[in-house]
Design a protein around this ligand. Structure first.
Ligand code: 1HN
Length: 370
């Protein structure tokens, strides 16, 4: 019996392969062997770039946006932080959205709901509130607030608030829902949803290491606490700085939790708050989850390395920066600082694909990076 032998480059006419590709293209057929290496890279090779949005440069544009459109007309008056390598795609990493939202005194941002989960991290100002599912919470600088998937939410700002209004960071899982084609949205019949619970109810029920005896989880897989006040996170970090050993990579870093599960507050996004003590020089690490940082207090340096390229970000309060997946990061601070951050880690963990590599010395980094 004759055995058909696979052709190799030497025996095949020069144009036979390209002719095959051209002939089968109309059928929606394409050769895997031309793209295999790019599809399954030896290590993550994100198209995202590191980027830094200094607040001193961003703030004037937010204020100008406040002069050209109302929150009501815009629905949400937001400047999107777009990754420089992904312009036009409204995302800061391939899986995460980030934007800075401004609300001015007396304005409302009308009520709606969507399947995308959102986090708010309050950057500047006081006098605004956000409402989730009938309960309002006042927004203070440094507070971390959740809008669970498919819950009605609107925002407002007191008429007597500071004229520059209130600015917060919005973090959403928009690209993930786009990837899954699972996005739905609806407008509420009323611009401002009715209040049905007293302010502070969710924190009293779930925010004191206690939980109601009966009843399940009001927001399914999302935390029942929708505002995590900065006052408490800050105090925890400062106490740990004084009384417990530092982590050589992170300084003092805590993750926010869903108190009913101990897991992340949202199914798609993890959030963190960390303190780098004065004089801290962190060791390098890299993770498969690209991470968005919001600088709360103090100044410092983020030193990134990826595929032979180094990036140095000198950050100040209210700045934002993004560390893409598998970029080696180390954090330094001469004065001491506090950083909020979020990533898609719980989604990766649910899929069993999250990885982290911690380097035990500064020189080690050279050996590992290509
Ligand atoms: C949204 O609903 C908010 O509720 C902010 O404040 C940003 C970006 C895209 C889609 C929905 C908000 C958003 C958003």
């Amino acid at each position: 019996m004759q055995v058909a032998r696979p052709a190799n480059a030497a025996t095949v006419p020069a144009n036979a392969r390209s002719q095959l590709y051209a002939d089968m293209r109309p059928l929606g057929l394409t050769p895997l062997w031309e793209v295999l290496h790019a599809l399954v890279p030896p290590q993550p090779n994100t198209p995202c770039l590191p980027a830094h949005w200094p607040y001193a440069q961003v703030r004037p544009f937010l204020q100008r946006a406040g002069q050209v459109i109302s929150a009501e007309e815009a629905v949400r008056r937001v400047l999107v932080l777009e990754n420089p390598a992904l312009r036009g795609q409204s995302c800061i990493t391939q899986s995460l959205y980030a934007g800075l939202q401004l609300i001015l005194p007396g304005e409302i941002a009308p009520s709606h709901r969507h399947t995308q989960s959102a986090l708010r991290f309050v950057v500047e100002g006081t006098g605004a509130y956000t409402a989730v599912d009938g309960e309002r919470t006042a927004m203070h600088e440094g507070d971390f607030i959740i809008t669970p998937s498919w819950t009605w939410h609107d925002h407002g700002c007191a008429a007597d608030a500071h004229a520059d209004g209130v600015v917060w960071l919005d973090g959403l899982d928009i690209p993930m829902l786009r990837f899954f084609d699972a996005g739905f949205a609806q407008n509420h019949a009323q611009q401002v949803q009715p209040v049905s619970r007293a302010e502070g109810t969710s924190l009293a029920r779930y925010g004191h290491n206690m939980a109601p005896v009966r009843g399940g989880s009001p927001f399914a897989v999302t935390s029942p606490i929708f505002s995590y006040p900065y006052e408490r996170s800050r105090e925890a970090l400062h106490q740990l700085e004084r009384s417990a050993p530092l982590d050589a990579w992170d300084g003092v870093k805590l993750r926010y939790i869903n108190p009913l599960t101990g897991g992340s507050p949202m199914p798609t996004m993890a959030t963190f708050m960390q303190r780098l003590p004065a004089g801290f020089a962190g060791l390098p690490y890299r993770q498969t989850d690209g991470c968005v940082f919001s600088v709360v207090e103090g100044t410092g340096e983020a030193l990134l390395d990826h595929a032979g390229h180094s990036t140095h970000i000198s950050f100040a309060p209210r700045d934002h920066f993004v560390v893409p997946a598998w970029h080696t990061l180390r954090l330094d601070s001469v004065s001491g600082c506090v950083l909020f951050s979020y990533s898609d880690r719980p989604a990766q963990q649910a899929l069993g694909i999250h990885r982290e590599e911690q380097f035990s010395s500064l020189s080690h980094i050279q050996e590992h990076n290509p």
